[in-house]
Design a protein around this ligand. Structure first.
Ligand code: HEM
Length: 127
C-alpha cells in the first residue's frame, strides 16, 4: 500500500478520464484556446503518456518522445501567470470532477502546481 505509485492508486482508466475532463475545459477556456491546437487528439495522447510516467507508471512519454524537457517544449507558447492560473483551474476542476481519494488528490495538485509554475515564460504584459 505504502509503495503504490500515484498512477497505480488512480488507475489507468481514471487517468484517461482525467485527461479527457481536463482538455474538455482547455478547449473552451478563452485564455487557453489561442495557444492550443483546435484538434486536441494528439495533445491528449501525449499528456496521457506524460502523466502516466509523471505519476510513477511506465515511462511511455520518454519511450516515444525522448526526455520531456517540458519547459523547453513550452517555449513556443507565451505562458503568462494568467495562463498558468487558467491551466491549473482547468486541472483542478477536472480532478474534482473525476474524484480522486486523499492523499492522492492533494499530492497530484501540488505536483502539477509546481510544474505549472516552472512553465511560465512570459510576463503578463507581453502576451
Ligand atoms: C504541450 C500549454 C503546463 C505538459 C502543451 C502545448 C501547449 C501547452 C500550448 C502544445 C499542445 C500541442 O501542440 O499539442 C500549457 C500551458 C501550461 C502548461 C498554458 C500552463 C502552465 C503544463 C504542465 C504539464 C504540461 C504543468 C505537465 C504536468 C505538457 C505536455 C505536452 C504539452 C506533456 C506535450 C509536449 C509534446 O509536444 O510532446 N502545453 N502547458 N503542460 N504540455 Fe503543457
Amino acid at each position: 500500500q505504502e509503495h503504490r505509485s500515484i498512477y497505480e492508486a488512480i488507475g489507468d482508466e481514471k487517468l484517461q478520464i482525467l485527461v479527457d475532463a481536463f482538455y474538455k475545459r482547455v478547449a473552451s477556456h478563452p485564455e487557453l484556446t489561442p495557444i492550443f491546437p483546435a484538434d486536441l487528439t494528439e495533445t491528449k495522447r501525449k499528456q496521457k503518456q506524460f502523466l502516466t510516467q509523471f505519476f510513477g507508471g511506465p515511462p511511455l512519454y520518454i519511450q516515444e518522445h525522448g526526455h520531456p524537457m517540458l519547459r523547453a517544449r513550452h517555449m513556443p507558447f507565451p505562458i503568462t501567470p494568467t495562463r498558468r492560473d487558467a491551466w491549473l483551474s482547468c486541472m483542478r476542476e477536472a480532478v474534482f470532477e473525476v474524484g480522486i481519494e486523499q492523499p492522492y488528490e492533494r499530492i497530484i495538485l501540488e505536483r502539477l502546481t509546481m510544474t505549472a509554475n516552472n512553465m511560465m515564460n512570459t510576463p503578463e504584459d507581453e502576451k
